[in-house]
Design a protein around this ligand. Sequence first.
Ligand code: DX5
Ligand code: ZN
Length: 213
Amino acid sequence: MIAPSLLSADFGNLRDEFQWLNRSTADWIHLDVMDGVFVPNISFGFPVISHVKRLTEKPLDVHLMIVQPEKFIREVSELGAHVMTVHHEACIHLHRTVHEIQRYGMLAGVALNPSTPVAVLQDIIGDLDLVLLMSVNPGFGGQKFIPHTLQKVTQLRTLIAESGSHALIEVDGGVNMDTGRLLRQAGADVLVAGNAIFASDNPEEMCRRLGAL
Ligand code: DX5
Ligand code: ZN
């Protein structure tokens, strides 16, 4: 699957961006919420996402890069999100948060920063619908892919197989045709791509090519 990250879109022309996104092969629309505390940047919040929701029928993949994301489960579900992903590093009671997300009818995702080992998921993997491996330090689009992520995808694939988990593996940051190909080979299910898609001459075609890897 391919999930274009709206962070790299032209926010002055969202209606135009969704003209091509809606007819594209994009499986999900990836939305990065930042609070300036968990990450050194601030992006957009719920009012913007509710506008986005009105522009598309594509499932929304909401990635919260915020502290205490458990405070906003109801708000995110009311936006009609398909996936709600919280950071492992931001949740003290991760098990409770994951089950709360599912109780509100969303898929529950857990994101890991580049320095957080896959092994921290050992006792929760069976409860998860998705694991998001950050392949850059979260906070900004257009950064360089961290190659060690490929090993983490392989480790996570093994952990998922051994535990019988149904979790999808999503990778976010620095994904392009080269890194995307390697990630698919390693076993990634969902690729998030911002810059590679929105900065390309033909975003719709790039979206199709990344999704077909
Ligand atoms: C980074 C965000 C990403 C970002 C990816 O903190 O979580 O979703 O938009 O952008 P690219 O693909 O440009 O690295
Ligand atoms: Zn993201």
